[in-house]
Design a protein around this ligand. Structure first.
Ligand SMILES: Cc1ncc(COP(=O)(O)O)c(C=O)c1O
Length: 392
C-alpha cells in the first residue's frame, strides 16, 4: 500500500457540512456522521502538491484551463472507462447538480414533464420541481434483494406524460446499481424513440466493485451519444466537492450551444482555478490512489456485510455494485419512518441519510457512507448493534 486510508483525520472545526452542522441540522452533538457523500480521506498527495504549488505562486486571477487540462480529463475516462470525450464537447459547470438544473431549463419548458427514477439522490426531484417542470417518477423495482428497472412503466410514463427529458443516475445513488449494457441500451432506445433527452449523471462512475464495470452512456453508440448530456466531476472520486468543479460533455453541437447559453445566463463565467488545478492533477496522477482506495472500500464493504450477517441479521444489505454508499434495509425492525429515523439518530447516534428523502421506495431504508477509516466503521456498527440489542 502506498496510501494509508486507515489514518483518521479530525474533520471537526473545518466547516465541513458532514461534521460541523449537527446543531443547525437538528442532530445530537455526539452523533457519528456517515451521511453526505464526501469521504473522510484526504485527497491524493499529488493533488495537494499541485494545490500547494498554486498557493505558493499566489496569484488567483481569472483563468480558463487549456489543452493540458482536457488531455488529463479525456485520458482519465479513456483509461478508466474506455471512452474518450472530445475536447470540444466540454461544458464547465461548478457542480453536477448545477448541470442537471441547467439542463432542465435548457432543454425543457415550464410545465414539461421530466422523468426520474426513485429512490434517487434527492436533488434530482428538486431541480425538476424548482424549475416548474412536472416530475414523473419511474420507481425502481426491488426484486429478490436486487434493484431493476421496470421498463414497461418507464415507457408508459414517458408516453402518457409526453416526457421531454430523463435525469438518469448511473451508477445509481442510493441503490448502488451499475447498469448493464442491455439496460443502458434499452433506456437509450426508448428515450430515442420518444424524443426524450437523456441527462446522465455519472459522478460515481469511478467506484465499482470487482466484477462490475461502468459503461459511460455516450459510449453506447453514436446515435445515443447525440441524444445525451454526460455529467461528470472529480469530486466524488478524489474528495474535491468543496472545490466546485464539474465537466459536462455534450456530443451534439446544437444541444451543447443551448446548454452553454443557459449556463451563461446564470452569470457563471468559468471554473474555479484551484478546482481545475486539483481536477487536472487528480486525473493525471490519481489512478494508483484510486486503485488502492477502491480495495480499501471493498474491505469496508466486506466488513459491514460480515458484521450484519453475524451480528445483525435483521438488517439487510442491498449488495452494491458501485459507489461508497450502502443502502440498508431496516424494514424487519417494523418501525414507522419517523420511529426509524429517531432510532438511528437518537438511539444508535448515527447520522445516516434517511430513506424517504430519496423518494418513492425509500421508506424503511437508510443510506450509509462507508468512505471512512475502518476504525470509524467499527464504531458505527457497534453503535447500531448496541441500539438494536436494546430493542429486544
Ligand atoms: C448522483 C449524484 N449527483 C450529484 C452529486 C453532487 O454533485 P455536485 O456536488 O457536483 O453538484 C451527488 C453527491 O452526492 C450525487 O450522489
Amino acid at each position: 500500500m502506498n496510501y494509508h486510508f486507515d489514518q483518521v483525520v479530525d474533520r471537526r472545526g473545518s466547516n465541513s457540512i458532514k461534521y460541523d452542522f449537527a446543531r443547525e441540522l437538528g442532530k445530537p452533538q455526539d452523533i457519528l456522521p456517515m451521511w453526505v457523500a464526501d469521504m473522510d480521506f484526504p485527497s491524493p498527495p499529488e493533488v495537494r502538491e499541485a494545490l500547494h504549488k498554486a498557493c505558493d505562486y499566489g496569484v488567483f486571477g481569472y483563468t480558463q484551463p487549456k489543452e493540458l487540462y482536457m488531455e488529463a480529463v479525456s485520458n482519465w475516462f479513456l483509461k478508466q472507462h474506455g471512452f474518450c470525450p472530445k475536447a470540444q464537447w466540454l461544458v464547465f459547470s461548478p457542480g453536477v447538480v448545477f448541470g442537471l438544473s441547467a439542463s432542465v431549463r435548457a432543454f425543457t419548458e415550464p410545465g414539461d414533464s421530466v422523468l426520474i427514477q426513485q429512490p434517487v439522490y434527492e436533488p434530482f426531484g428538486k431541480v425538476v420541481v424548482a424549475n416548474d417542470r412536472k416530475l414523473v417518477i419511474n420507481e425502481l423495482r426491488l426484486h429478490e434483494g436486487h434493484y431493476e428497472i421496470d421498463f414497461e412503466d418507464f415507457e408508459e410514463k414517458i408516453v402518457k406524460n409526453h416526457v421531454k427529458l430523463f435525469l438518469f443516475c448511473s451508477p445509481q445513488n442510493p441503490v448502488g446499481r451499475v447498469w448493464k449494457r442491455e439496460e443502458l441500451m434499452r433506456i437509450g432506445q426508448i428515450c430515442l424513440a420518444h424524443q426524450v433527452l437523456v441527462v446522465s449523471d455519472e459522478i460515481h462512475c469511478d467506484f465499482t466493485y470487482p466484477g462490475f464495470s461502468h459503461i459511460m452512456f455516450p459510449s453506447l453508440n453514436e446515435t445515443l451519444a447525440q441524444n445525451c448530456v454526460l455529467c461528470t466531476a472529480p469530486s466524488k472520486t478524489f474528495n474535491l466537492a468543496g472545490l466546485q468543479v464539474s465537466n459536462l460533455f455534450v456530443p451534439n453541437e446544437s444541444l451543447r450551444k443551448k446548454l452553454r447559453e443557459e449556463i451563461r445566463k446564470t452569470g457563471y463565467v468559468g471554473p474555479n482555478q484551484l478546482g481545475t488545478i486539483a481536477c487536472e492533477a487528480a486525473y493525471r496522477y490519481g489512478d494508483l490512489w484510486l486503485k488502492e482506495l477502491s480495495s480499501y472500500l471493498k474491505e469496508n464493504l466486506d466488513f459491514v456485510r460480515k458484521y450484519l450477517d453475524e451480528k445483525l441479521p435483521q438488517i439487510h444489505l442491498i449488495e452494491p455494485e458501485g459507489t461508497y454508499l450502502l443502502w440498508l434495509d431496516f424494514r424487519a425492525l417494523k418501525l414507522s419512518p419517523s420511529e426509524l429515523d429517531d432510532f438511528i439518530t437518537k438511539k444508535a447516534r448515527l447520522w445516516l441519510d434517511d430513506g424517504p428523502i430519496f423518494g418513492q421506495g425509500g421508506e424503511g431504508f437508510q443510506r450509509m457512507n462507508i468512505a471512512c477509516p475502518r476504525s470509524i466503521l467499527e464504531i458505527a456498527m457497534d453503535r447500531l448493534k448496541w441500539a438494536i440489542d436494546g430493542l429486544n
